[in-house]
Design a protein around this ligand. Structure first.
Ligand code: ATP
Ligand code: MG
Ligand code: MG
Length: 375
C-alpha cells in the first residue's frame, strides 16, 4: 500500500507528469523513490521515470545523482560503457524527477526468475567485461558508484520481461544463459543515487550490506575501489545464485568476509575507526547469527564455494582483496587472463594503483595457483 510518510508521489495510471510523460506502469521501487514506465509524448517512445521522494535528504542526494549522470553522459557520449543514460531532469509538484532510457529487468529479478540456479560462466564473463568498461570510466572520472548490486544492473533489452523470452523459443531460456549462449546479453549500470565524486564525499557509510567493502565496514576512507569489491561479490552471486557474504548485520557481514579471507591485515585494522565494534583486542568477536551459526575466520575457501574455472576464482579473489591499495583496478582486470584468454605481461607491473604508490608487498603471480591461497 501507499505510505504518505515516505514522501512518495501518489501514482495513477494515465496521469501526466508535466505535459510530456504519461504514466503506464510501475517498474520498481527503491529507497529513494519510485520508477515508472512512461510514454514520452515528445519523442513518442517509452522511458523510465524516477520520481524521488520529496524529503530533504533524498532531494539533496537526487541533485548529486543528476550531477553525476550529466557528467557521465558527457564522458560516455558514444554510449559504450554500459552506463544508463539520463534523458531529462525536472521538478514536478515538489518531486525531483529523472527520465532514463527504458531498460529491461534487473539481475536480481533475472536470477530469481531462473530459480536462483546461477548463470553460465560465459554470460558472466560477458557481463564482467561490460561492468569493467563502466568501472574504468568511473575510476578515471573519480566517481564512486557506492551501490553496486544485482538490483542496480539491468538487462538492456526492455522486451525481455521474463527469462524465457531471452531467446525467442526456448522453453526456459535461462537455460541458455546457463549453457553459455552470450548473444544479446547486454547490461547497463543504473542508480547513481548514492554516488559521489571521490573528493566530494558526503557519507562515510555507504553501499548495500552484502556488497559493502571492508574499508567502509571498518571506517577507513574509501575511493572508487569499493566498487571493485562489490563487483567480486556480484560475480560470485551470478555464478552460484546466492549472495557470497549474506551478513544479517554489519558484525556478521565482516564475519562472513573473514570466514573466507581470514583476519584483515594489521595495516587496515590500524587505520580502522570502527575496530571496537568487531574486535576484543586482537580477537574477532564471534557472534552467532539468527540461525545460531558461528562464522570462524578462514574456515571457507573461494575455490570450494565456486568450484569453477580457476581463472575465474583468481579474478574474483583479486576483486576481493582486503587492502584497497592492492585490489585489482578495472584497467588491470581487463588484462586478466580470465578475460583475455592469455597470460598478461602488464598485470605483472604494479604501476600506479588507485592513485597510490606501489604497495610494499605484492603478489605478481598470475598463474592459477594463487586461487587456493586465501590469506
Ligand atoms: P535503491 O533502493 O537501490 O537506492 P533507488 O530508489 O535509488 O533504489 P533505482 O535503483 O534507480 O531506485 O530504481 C529502482 C528499480 O527500478 C531498479 O532496481 C529497476 O528494477 C527499476 N528501474 C530503474 N531504472 C530503470 C530503467 N531505466 N528501466 C527499467 N527499469 C528501471
Ligand atoms: Mg537501486
Ligand atoms: Mg539508489
Amino acid at each position: 500500500g501507499y505510505d504518505d510518510s515516505r514522501g512518495d508521489y501518489y501514482l495513477t495510471k494515465h496521469d501526466h507528469v508535466g505535459y510530456r510523460y504519461e504514466i503506464l506502469s510501475l517498474l520498481g521501487k527503491g529507497s529513494f523513490g519510485q520508477v515508472v514506465k512512461c510514454y514520452d509524448h515528445k519523442t513518442k517512445s517509452n522511458v523510465a521515470l524516477k520520481i524521488i521522494r520529496n524529503k530533504k535528504r533524498f532531494e539533496k542526494q537526487g541533485a548529486v545523482e543528476v550531477k553525476v549522470l550529466e557528467r557521465l553522459k558527457m564522458e560516455d557520449a558514444d554510449d559504450s560503457h554500459s552506463i544508463v543514460h539520463m534523458v531529462d531532469s525536472f521538478l514536478f509538484r515538489g518531486h525531483l524527477c529523472i527520465t532514463f532510457e527504458l531498460l529491461g529487468m534487473n539481475l536480481y529479478e533475472w536470477l530469481k526468475a531462473g530459480g536462483f540456479r546461477g548463470v553460465h560462466l560465459g554470460v558472466i564473463k560477458s557481463f564482467t567485461v561490460q561492468m569493467l568498461h563502466c568501472l574504468d570510466l568511473l575510476s578515471r572520472s573519480r566517481i564512486v558508484h557506492c551501490d553496486l548490486k544485482p538490483e542496480n544492473i539491468l538487462l538492456q533489452d526492455p522486451s525481455v520481461t521474463h527469462p524465457s523470452r531471452v531467446d525467442g523459443n526456448a522453453p526456459n531460456a535461462v537455460n541458455n544463459a546457463m549453457s553459455g549462449d552470450t548473444v544479446g546479453y547486454r547490461i547497463k549500470v543504473i542508480d547513481f543515487g548514492s554516488s559521489c565524486f571521490e573528493d566530494e564525499k558526503i557519507y562515510t557509510y555507504v553501499q548495500s550490506r552484502f556488497y559493502r567493502s571492508p574499508e567502509v565496514i571498518l571506517g577507513i576512507s574509501y575511493n572508487a575501489s569499493i566498487d571493485m569489491w562489490s563487483l567480486g561479490c556480484i560475480l560470485t552471486e551470478l555464478y552460484t545464485g546466492y549472495p557470497l557474504f549474506p551478513g544479517e548485520n554489519e558484525t556478521e557481514q565482516l564475519a562472513c568476509i573473514m570466514e573466507l579471507k581470514g583476519l584483515p591485515p594489521v595495516t587496515l585494522l590500524d587505520r580502522s575507526t570502527r575496530r571496537k565494534n568487531f574486535f576484543d583486542g586482537p580477537h574477532p568477536r564471534i557472534v552467532p547469527n539468527s540461525k545460531g551459526k558461528k562464522r570462524r575466520p578462514d574456515s571457507k575457501s573461494l575455490s570450494s564455494v565456486l568450484r569453477a574455472d580457476p581463472l575465474f576464482v583468481d579474478f574474483v579473489n583479486k576483486c576481493l582483496e582486503w587492502d584497497p591499495v592492492k585490489r585489482m583496478r578495472p584497467s588491470d582486470a581487463l588484462l586478466h587472463e580470465w578475460i583475455t584468454g592469455r597470460r598478461s605481461e602488464r598485470s605483472e607491473l604494479w604501476s600506479e594503483r588507485w592513485g597510490y604508490d606501489k604497495p610494499t608487498t605484492t603478489t605478481t603471480t598470475t598463474t592459477t595457483t594463487t586461487t587456493t591461497t586465501l590469506s
